[in-house]
Design a protein around this ligand. Structure first.
Ligand code: SF4
Length: 686
């Protein structure tokens, strides 16, 4: 507490509405410890209001702040706020942003084989090159210059021995590096540029800076992957009892934990494993079939289950159906099956080591498939449900229902602060993660004037499955409606659909002929890097822009469009999650645990998806926009759409709302701006 009564002496700005409450709660929880759940809208300044009092306590108690982020933009923001706070400290503050090798490895970044390598594979390759480098040092060899990239072509993995970037880190004077970085407080990009200029490995250098850093940012995986978490604690030089954890965009966490603990056996993996055996040579399993025959039987059993059970997205597997099917086809006991799978796993492990010695990607599909099948019988209820699924790829899956198990390490930390603009209702989040009744909860209301968003809805449309199926004109009507709305909106507009499938149907039902040719269209087939590039180009555009995306997708949840970059959002249909077998199993699981299964699995995700989508355009108190929900069910969500009214005459509403400013060249307010699409859409032709 500062002498002027401010709850944190380190808070670097003038207080905004809601921030004082956050400061006080953080100051309290950092003393007492335990979880604190904060729902506070975007633009409320919750990052700095969290960091300042937490840092004050961490400095006093010699704790570390571990700030988990989902996106690069969040990491940048945390480090910028840390820089602002550091001016109030008497000694330099070192904050460091960790990223995985996939983003930070300078040596292997141009190796074609590394595209799609797992973190484990990358770690093994990096480890080998580090050991070779250390051996070289011991034997007194000279440092190699950084590898020359062949013109126009990728580097071959086999040509790379040792790692010059690691060697430079070993030679670096860490005291000098620490002082330099503490005084400069670089952004992640500046840090990476510095490393590139100095030929220092950014991954290894940031690791070495962690012990001297008070604030460490990292992607979720650094904390929730058990092996990485152990390494992280070792690098930080503290145990969890001296860690104050912050989880940003925390509303994502339960689903993230379910996804990362789900175990999948894709049909393609079994086929790749079979091809690996064909290439490397088949072998006989002890007192049993050949390895290739076992894999053929696995593949046939999986195909049969997919074909007979899955009619839409997925279907629940009857108990033990895979194990029983394999034993019937192979003959024998489950003990013998385990022995055969163990032999397959050993063969695969040997292949991985062999490939590693050959300086190739240490991958074996046989190994992956064998380990999955060995773990399969243990993955049962209540924590898992087994399904056959065709979406997003054909696979058998043990879908993790219980996010509270992988969330347990949170409770080992001294403090955990869970932040999001869409965390409410916080008890749903608390229950999903098993954080306990004693978790503190804070909800900070929006301080933006409600007049900054106009909420409209169309009472004549819906994306309800039954309504779409019963009426062949339903999709063309939605397409016409979106086209006419876009013609009436004189501003940058994003249209979010409940699924890619519906987006494609609406697009090909006429929308493709009316949206501007410069429109950005989200597609699951486009890489995130390419999508971000299109969005950047879109933001630089001088004419009115249109984005088509999906609710809950990469654009609707991961990007900011402040000011005039986005001033209208159209939400096509209430984005309830698809009623898949997995979702139904989750509903039953949460019903048994909380009695609120439907609300937690359907209603709250739909609500959050709409808030997130609309939130893209309101990033500060200066932003304004119109949000239109094309679904007659919108009034059921009136609490998140204050002042909701039917859409009526949108052109005149838009003129009144945005004012009579002719902002867009060639597209004055109220006039249509369609241009023919030039076929550069990422959607396939109809
Ligand atoms: S030390 Fe760094 S640059 Fe070298 S291989 Fe490992 S991650 Fe890549």
């Amino acid at each position: 507490m500062s002498s002027d009564g401010m709850p944190s002496a380190l808070f670097p700005y003038r207080l905004r509405a809601g921030q004082e409450e956050i400061l006080r709660e953080i100051a309290r929880i950092s003393e007492s410890g335990g979880p604190l759940l904060i729902h506070a809208p975007t633009g409320s300044g919750k990052t700095v209001a969290t960091l300042a009092p937490l840092l004050e306590h961490a400095e006093r108690a010699d704790h570390k702040i571990l700030y988990l982020v989902r996106t690069h933009a969040q990491e940048v923001q945390v480090l910028q706020e840390a820089r602002a706070i550091s001016h109030r400290l008497e000694r330099p503050l070192l904050s460091i942003g960790l990223q995985g090798r996939g983003r930070r490895c300078l040596l292997l970044e141009n190796v074609a084989e590394m595209k799609g390598a797992t973190a484990e594979e990358h770690g093994k390759l990096c480890g080998d090159r580090k050991r070779a480098t250390e051996r070289g040092f011991r034997e007194g060899s000279q440092l190699l210059p950084p590898p020359e990239l062949p013109e126009g072509g990728p580097v071959d993995l086999v040509d790379l021995d040792g790692c010059v970037y690691y060697a430079r880190v070993l030679q670096a004077d860490m005291e000098v590096e620490t002082d330099r970085l503490a005084s400069k407080q670089p952004t992640p990009r500046e840090f990476e540029e510095y490393c590139r200029t100095e030929n220092l490995c950014p991954y290894e250098l940031s690791k070495k800076l962690v012990p001297s850093s008070r604030i460490v940012t990292a992607p979720y995986a650094f904390f929730f992957h058990p092996h990485v978490r152990r390494s992280l604690y070792a690098w930080m030089g503290v145990g969890p009892e001296r860690v104050d954890l912050v989880i940003d965009e925390a509303h994502n966490l339960p689903e993230y934990l379910r996804e990362t603990t789900t175990v999948s056996l894709p049909l393609t993996s079994v086929r790749y494993a079979r091809a690996e055996l064909a290439e490397r040579g088949d072998f006989q399993l002890p007192d049993g079939p050949s390895a290739s025959r076992l894999l053929d039987i696995v593949s046939a059993a999986e195909e049969e289950l997919l074909q007979s059970l899955v009619h839409e997205d997925d279907a629940i597997l009857p108990p033990n159906v895979l194990e029983d099917g394999l034993l019937t086809a192979l003959g024998g006991t489950s003990h013998r099956l385990d022995t055969w799978l163990g032999s397959l796993a050993t063969w695969g492990e040997n292949l991985r080591e062999e490939r590693r010695r050959e300086r190739k990607l240490p991958r074996s599909w046989v190994h992956t498939v064998a380990l999955t099948l060995l773990s399969w019988p243990q993955l049962d209820e209540p924590g898992y449900v087994k399904v056959a699924t065709k979406s997003p790829r054909a696979a058998l899956e043990a879908y993790a229902l219980d996010a509270s198990l992988p969330a347990q390490p949170i409770l080992e930390c001294h403090t955990s602060v869970h932040l999001s603009g869409t965390l409410a209702p916080t008890e749903e989040y608390r229950d999903a993660l098993g954080l306990g009744e004693r978790s503190r909860q804070l909800s900070v209301p929006s301080h933006f004037p409600s007049s900054h968003i106009k909420y409209l809805y169309d009472p004549t449309l819906s994306t309800r499955f039954e309504e779409i199926r019963a009426d062949p004109r339903a999709i063309p009507r939605i397409s016409d409606r979106v086209s006419s709305l876009l013609q009436s909106l004189p501003v940058n507009t994003a249209v979010f659909f409940p699924s890619f499938d519906l987006m494609e149907k609406v697009y090909h039902a006429g929308l493709e002929l009316t949206i501007p040719s410069t429109s950005v269209i989200e597609s699951p087939r486009v890489s995130t890097a390419d999508l971000w590039r299109s969005i950047d180009a879109h933001k630089q555009g001088t004419s009115r822009g249109v984005i088509l995306g999906v609710s809950g997708g990469r654009i609707a949840e991961g990007l900011d469009f402040p000011g005039q970059e986005l001033e209208a959002v159209v939400i096509v249909g209430i984005p309830y999650p698809r009623p898949t077998a997995r979702r139904e199993a989750l509903r039953r699981f949460l019903d048994a645990r909380t009695g609120r299964g439907w609300e937690y699995t359907m209603e709250i995700p739909a609500r959050r998806a709409m808030q997130q989508a609309i939130g893209r355009m309101i990033r500060s108190e200066h932003d304004r926009g119109i949000a239109i929900v094309l679904d007659h069910r919108a009034p059921a969500f009136a609490d998140i759409f204050p002042g909701l009214e039917p859409v009526g005459n949108l052109a005149s509403t838009a003129r009144a709302f945005y004012g009579r400013r002719a902002r867009w060249s060639g597209s004055p307010p109220g006039s249509p701006a369609p241009q023919p699409l030039r076929g550069d859409s990422s959607l396939p032709p109809s």
